[in-house]
Ligand binder design. Structure first.
Ligand code: C5P
Length: 403
């Protein structure tokens, strides 16, 4: 975790909700990180959470009374479900069980924690933790989708070994990762006042009216990067090639199809940008003379003449006063050598590299960041978590440049 992140919640008021799962013991470490970063921490636990870890531990770590009871007479007006979240900047529920997620999605409020989540005004983040079948169950997936649409931030889960002895999706993010996400959500807006342009998705180069050349890219990583930059307070424009993904909240979107359209859109936007992050998988070549009708198979295989597309990232980096440029590299082998060579060739300060075969179309990824200081591996995690860590790294580099 970088130094800026450990100081990331100074003066913020956090409510940590703990529900009943084996990962509850990790909430103690999360509490420690939150307190150490200068936040005021209030903890609320469900009855089942108290079967896994005692309120005494959380009381000692938070330095505050731990609440478990809707009817606690110590809370002003006996209105614990309203009072306890009123002064908070953010609520994080970690671990969040399948049962608790289901309650949240349906607006149930039959215990203190679910009631105060319903009555809150502040941001809410949850870190699911459960057996892989419970996570994969369509009901849980529906509930998670409902919560996302309601604006709840879902942190993880990740794949890995589970307490039940099985291996799969459903492991809670590590406390350090949840903490980093909290900093992004409720911490200082480290990109406030900055304008960021992000490219995402593939481009599509027509051969004829129905066929074309494209690259494998779901757009998920670029959309996650745009979301993370917006969370950090930046004004973000996402220039997106053809994808089915919805734009993240608060992000302006420009849809393009071809590499040249993406190039023109980006070059019109970057004079006003502080940061340019090129995540798109841009087609290197285009068809010189695409046909406007559908070519007939009877005519035999067409001869297709290709021309090189402009390298958008290199073009932006070569501007007289370029924004801070970040590139992505998907390699299939020799990640380190190829990534460093690409960073030098395109003359960019930061490059995020991954192995293509481990990233495409997946919800998670692993990245290595390359900059002048060397390399910084970011362990496998959901793309949004990696995006937040990338944005935190960029913010750190910009802060260093400014000082
Ligand atoms: O050279 P390569 O395509 O591997 O470089 C990848 C990086 O360059 C990515 O950041 C990608 O978005 C960017 N790029 C670009 N325009 C191109 C090709 C790649 O902006 N024509």
């Amino acid at each position: 975790m970088d130094a800026a992140a450990t100081a990331g919640l100074t003066g913020r008021r956090v409510l940590l909700g703990i529900t009943g799962g084996v990962a509850a013991y990790k909430a103690a470490e999360l509490a420690r990180l939150v307190v150490r970063s200068g936040a005021d921490l209030r903890v609320v636990m469900t009855d089942s959470a108290c079967r896994f870890i005692t309120p005494v531990t959380l009381q000692a770590l938070s330095g505050n009374t731990v609440y478990t009871d809707m009817w606690d007479p110590a809370v002003p007006n006996n209105m614990a479900h309203i009072e306890l979240s009123r002064d908070r900047d953010v609520i994080v529920v970690a671990p969040a069980t399948a049962d608790f997620i289901s309650k949240l999605a349906h607006g149930l409020a039959d215990d203190l924690l679910s009631a105060l989540c319903l009555a809150r005004e502040c941001a809410l983040a949850i870190a699911p933790a459960m057996n892989r079948q419970m996570w994969d169950h369509p009901a849980t997936q529906r509930n998670a989708a409902t919560l996302r649409a309601d604006g709840v931030t879902i942190l993880g889960p990740v794949a890995g070994d589970q307490a039940c002895g099985e291996t799969g999706m459903g492991r809670m993010l590590e406390p350090g990762e949840i903490f980093a996400a909290l900093v992004a959500l409720a911490g200082p807006k480290r990109l406030a006042g900055k304008t960021v342009v992000v490219t995402a998705g593939p481009t599509f180069e027509p051969i004829d009216a129905v066929r074309g050349i494209t690259n494998l890219s779901s757009g998920k990583m670029g959309f996650a990067v745009a979301q993370a930059a917006a969370e950090a307070g930046a004004k973000v424009t996402l220039v997106a090639g053809p994808t089915m993904l919805p734009a993240p909240p608060g992000v302006a979107r420009r849809d393009v199809v071809t590499a040249r359209e993406m190039h023109d859109a980006v070059l019109a936007l970057v004079p006003a940008a502080d940061v340019f992050i090129a995540v798109a998988a841009v087609s290197d070549y285009r068809v010189v003379a695409p046909k406007s009708i559908k070519l007939k198979k009877e005519a035999g295989p067409p001869k297709i003449e290709l021309a090189e597309n402009p390298d958008i990232l290199a073009a932006v980096a070569a501007l007289p006063s370029p924004p801070f440029c970040v590139g992505f590299a998907a390699e299939t082998e020799n990640l380190r050598e190829n990534a460093q060579a690409k960073r030098k060739k395109k003359r960019i300060p930061l490059l995020a590299a991954n192995l293509a075969q481990e990233a495409f179309g997946r919800e998670d990824n692993a990245l290595v960041l390359f900059d002048d200081a060397g390399e910084h591996p970011l362990d496998r995690a959901p793309k949004i978590d990696l995006a937040r860590r990338l944005i935190s790294h960029i913010a750190g580099m910009l802060e260093q440049r400014g000082s």
